[in-house]
Design a protein around this ligand. Structure first.
Ligand SMILES: C[S@@+](CC[C@H](N)C(=O)[O-])C[C@H]1O[C@@H](n2cnc3c(N)ncnc32)[C@H](O)[C@@H]1O
Length: 372
């Protein structure tokens, strides 16, 4: 006679947990390129992930006091401190599962209580630094451009959220800045003169040098030679663009004290210096204008974040083929983006309906990758 399996039986529960732990360990240590979405509470599931196996975590936990999701979960705590305590407990596990070279990107919005902004994002970020030992590399302001409706007559509309970038170690973490540079326009030649990507020709600098009363004759001739050489770098494609700072001509943005600024020392010593622009283009800044997700996904889930919010984090901090984890994956935006960018993807999600949507969405994203 076979006995029916009872999910309340401790033996069956232990066996299921150990199967799940084995499945997570096999996935994280293996090289399966099919994304895996596991249903359940993030914290116990995180504890089953082997240490130092994940390259990049990108996530947006439920915000405090905003709304109850299909299966409840995080965000229903009575006070901000309890909510931040819970995030800290998750972050301890995230630090453990990340490789030493890994990155953790945390998107958080704020909440009001008794008309007072709770300051949840920064309360959390500081505790992750002070108590978990994360190194905070960037606070990105996600400017939502449109923002949601706001009927309050006594405060401004809220149109931003934070995205924090944490790493485990100060140096030597994986970061591919070239993967996220904006493609520069190329230099061209006009009437025999080189014109840089933004229209710098060198003629104006040459005239300023020739007419300068702040440079000695020998400084002028060295500066003119350096200008000719940098224009040659632009012509040869070694440099996309540059600016020349000439003593007493251009306004500087650094300190004038040669004691604290290397640039000020160069200006005092040589009478000029160059700002060289990377040939691969410029790095993104820390304010991102991205419209909130308003496609069909919003109908199925309250708060999917836009795919564009995950692109820079994944491209810059997850190596190709590396493992990206979203412990609150919802409809699977992070996982779908990771999969289309050639990264392995693992999601944890409490609500089975959202986990199902995530699986469908990943399959659709792989079948029809977005055109760029
Ligand atoms: C802000 S949403 C994430 C949305 C996701 N970024 C997307 O693009 O769809 C947070 C998700 O966390 C889930 N959740 C809440 N508490 C959880 C818990 N303790 N463990 C795992 N998931 C949880 C919710 O069901 C919800 O889908």
């Amino acid at each position: 006679m076979t006995r029916a399996k009872c999910i309340f039986c401790p033996v069956t529960r232990r066996a299921a947990a150990s199967n799940q732990a084995q499945r997570l360990a096999d996935f994280c240590r293996g090289n399966d390129t099919t994304a895996l979405v596991v249903e359940g509470e993030a914290l116990p599931l995180l504890r089953r992930i082997p240490a130092a196996t994940v390259d990049c975590v990108m996530t947006s936990p439920p915000y405090w006091g905003h709304r109850a999701y299909a299966a409840g979960g995080l965000g229903q705590e009575r006070a901000p401190k309890e909510y931040v305590d819970a995030l800290v407990a998750h972050a301890i596990e995230i630090a453990r599962v990340l490789k030493p070279t890994g990155s953790f990107w945390l998107n958080l919005g704020d909440s009001y209580r008794d008309k007072c902004l709770a300051g949840i994002p920064w309360r959390t970020a500081l505790r992750l630094v002070d108590e978990v030992g994360f190194v905070l590399r960037n606070e990105v302001v996600w400017h939502k451009v449109k923002g949601g409706p706001d009927t309050a007559r006594d405060k401004l509309r809220n149109v931003h959220e934070q995205l924090f970038h944490f790493v485990r170690q100060r140096r030597g973490y994986f970061y591919d800045a070239d993967a996220v540079r904006s493609r520069p326009r190329t230099a061209r030649v006009e009437q025999g003169a080189i014109v840089s990507a933004t229209g710098v020709r060198g003629v104006r600098y040459r005239r300023q040098l020739e007419l300068s009363t702040a440079l000695s004759p020998s400084e002028k001739s060295r500066a003119l030679a350096a200008l000719a050489s940098i224009l040659e770098d632009v012509r040869a494609g070694r440099l996309a663009d540059f600016r020349m700072i000439i003593r007493s001509q251009q306004r500087t943005t650094h300190s004038d004290s040669a004691l604290v600024s290397g640039r000020a020392r160069e200006l005092a010593r040589d009478g000029f210096y160059f700002l060289r622009y990377h040939p691969g283009g410029s790095k993104p800044g820390d304010v991102w204008d991205i419209l909130p997700e308003d496609s069909q996904h919003r109908a199925a889930h309250f708060a999917p974040f836009p795919a564009d919010l995950c692109r820079i984090p994944i491209l810059a901090t997850a190596p190709p083929g590396g493992l990206v984890l979203d412990p609150f994956c919802g409809t699977g935006t992070t996982l779908a983006v990771a999969a289309t960018l050639g990264r392995r993807a693992l999601g944890l999600e409490l609500a089975p309906t959202y986990a199902g949507l995530a699986r469908e969405r990943i399959a659709a994203a792989i079948a029809h990758p977005p055109k760029r």
